[in-house]
Design a binder for this molecule. Sequence first.
Ligand SMILES: [Mg+2]
Length: 409
Amino acid sequence: MKTEQMNFDRIILHCDLNNFFASVECVLNPELKDKCIAVCGSEADRRGIVLAKNEKAKACGVVTAEPIWKARQKCPSLVTVPPHHSLYHEYSKKVQEIYYRFTDQVEPFSIDECYLDVTGSTALFGNGEQIAYSIKETVKEELGLTISAGVSFCKIFAKLGSDMKKPDAVTCITKENFREKVWGLSAGELMGVGRASFEKLKDYGICTIGDLAAADENLMQRLLGVNGVQLKQYANGIDDREVAKYGDYEAPKSIGHGMTTPADLTDNDSVWKVILSLSAEIGSRLWDECLSASGVCISIKDNMMKTVSYRQKLANPTQSPTVIANAAREVFCQKHKWQHGIRTVTVTAVDLVDSDCFCMPDMFGDYIKDEKHEKIDSVVDALRRKYGNDSVKNAVLIEDVGHEKHDEA
Ligand SMILES: [Mg+2]
């Protein structure tokens, strides 16, 4: 292995556990290791879908988000296992404990991904590439899991690097080699370029990350707003985002999304469209964090800048966007007294609990109906992840509301 000379201001790693859910299942049940396995939603009906798969299943063509029956057609020997979220949480924590041996700057990005800033660790552990290899080997030895690591001078390229070679690999992207290594890749590979944005960019001949780096700033602004300008900077390796320090990151107590609409909303129906869109994103975030919401809060800011909030307890903790959206609509329609047009709507999932927490179904809650929603939502969510946020929308959303979104976690 040739160690590349790295002349970094900062050394940032992005470590991504490979096929995380499926890998944990194999560690706990080594018999599965040599089989094609998929972690799947409920299989009782034909709507169950693949949530994660191991390399062997991947080699047979099994893909995330496809129905189990379809995966079985490609891979008749496929073994399916139900998800165990609390175990994934536990392993995620164990992996992070290993990361913390190398630096105190560890920032979880999702249950199976972390950014690490190891700039201050080189005296003890060697250069960035050597640290990445040490971490990778330690995780493999102690936990039986593999990771892909990207090593770079900024978050955006560290993240890109971890995707470039996997599983069980290290990719270094330096200030010297990033043009050669990165610019030839499809622009769709860059974090922040969703499918819809990518389609738009392609219409203007912006196909690769190199095209993005060279794109006219005004054009980017016009096509994708501030996000477009930022993407151009990212493609040039301009990314000052820091990696959070130890203790800075904690699991969110609530997860919310807000949207400011270009024109005032004046009726329940248009508010409903916004609620649906916001709830879809909240559902994805809850899934990422392995959390469920026990309550929903909807806040409204009217065109007189007055804000009101309504809160609703849920019968059962849920990750379901549909259940969250319905609760938000219900409480809004019950309590809101229309006086002025509405400018901003924020939906927040509150009273979050671990997804595996088994709560007694409320006798009066429509538990069965909720479960059905979960299945539909998980299909929608998986498709969104695969094809981008705009690929699957509730029918009512097809007509685009046009909006500016903001996080309120
Ligand atoms: Mg992963």
